[in-house]
Design a protein around this ligand. Structure first.
Ligand SMILES: [Zn+2]
Ligand SMILES: [Zn+2]
Length: 274
């Protein structure tokens, strides 16, 4: 019920319609015009683009429909953490003042979802869901497929621009269509490229978007007192990648291959390695 409700949001519907629009124009306008849908190169390009569009759509709905991660009701913080590391303040910090429950490391309270989310990255309006422990991989893979699809679409669009007969009678109205379409496509491609690049960086560091901003502050505070700060969950680039995308490289781009994920309440840290 909650899952169906998540689909019924204006931004989710807008993304879905946008995908349909770009799919239709890329296949039935640009590929058809440039190569023809009957030619072998036309069929080849249309098949590749259809596969990319399907994978993008599939990953998108995995993001929307997956639960990003609930804190188990029986969760209690590590006894060691409370007794050793400190004191009441620390224990209080580990408690969510809205859910009145303990928060595992990397868990944050989402004001939109009105609950705590395991390894919360951010709340995404476009999927009407939080991006957290269980759907982060699907989100990243979605961004990646959408980026590749937009680049493919851009290449086809540019080829059509070059082939177009600009001196014909329809010249001016065609120009308006091409300029408008090209601007939207370019904007989308740059946004998606930035989003994918940003998450590649975060994955290499084993960092969430929230932790990136927290880390910036922690670094500043550490520098003020003459110390240095290192993100505690950065256990080496390759281990960072496999902890998020999985140990099997062949399944890195499969949004539903998440059997490597554990409970989302504990994570290896640089302290464990030292
Ligand atoms: Zn909470
Ligand atoms: Zn949320």
């Amino acid at each position: 019920m909650v899952k169906t409700k998540r689909c019924l949001s204006l931004p989710v519907l807008a993304v879905f319609l946008l995908m349909i629009f770009f799919y239709y124009t890329t296949i039935f306008v640009f590929i058809d015009y440039w190569l023809g849908l009957q030619s072998s190169s036309g069929i080849f390009n249309a098949s590749i683009f259809t596969l990319l569009a399907f994978l993008t759509l599939f990953s998108f709905f995995v993001c929307v429909l997956s639960d990003p991660g609930h804190v188990p009701p029986s969760y209690l913080p590590d006894v060691e953490d409370i007794t050793h590391e400190s004191v009441k303040d620390n224990a209080e910090e580990k408690k969510c003042d809205k859910c009145f429950a303990y928060k595992p490391p990397r868990t944050h309270h989402c004001r939109v979802c009105r609950r705590c989310v395991l390894k919360m990255d951010h709340h995404c309006l476009w999927i009407n869901n939080c991006v957290g422990y269980w759907n982060y991989k699907a989100f990243f893979v979605f961004a990646l497929y959408a980026t590749i699809a937009s680049i493919h679409s851009m290449v086809l669009f540019i080829c059509c621009v070059y082939q177009e007969d600009w001196d014909s009678d329809q010249g001016s109205s065609l120009k308006i269509f091409y300029v408008m379409y090209g601007t939207i496509l370019m904007g989308m491609m740059v946004t998606l490229l930035t989003l994918s690049g940003w998450h590649v960086y975060l994955i290499l560091q084993n960092m969430t978007t929230i932790e990136y901003y927290e880390g910036k502050r922690a670094k500043w505070l550490a520098a003020k007192s003459g110390k240095s700060y290192r993100h505690p969950f950065n256990v080496g680039a390759y281990t960072n990648i496999t902890s998020i995308l999985g140990p099997n490289m062949l399944k890195w781009l499969c949004p539903t291959a998440v059997s490597h994920l554990k409970d989302g309440v504990s994570f290896p840290t640089i302290r464990d390695n030292s």
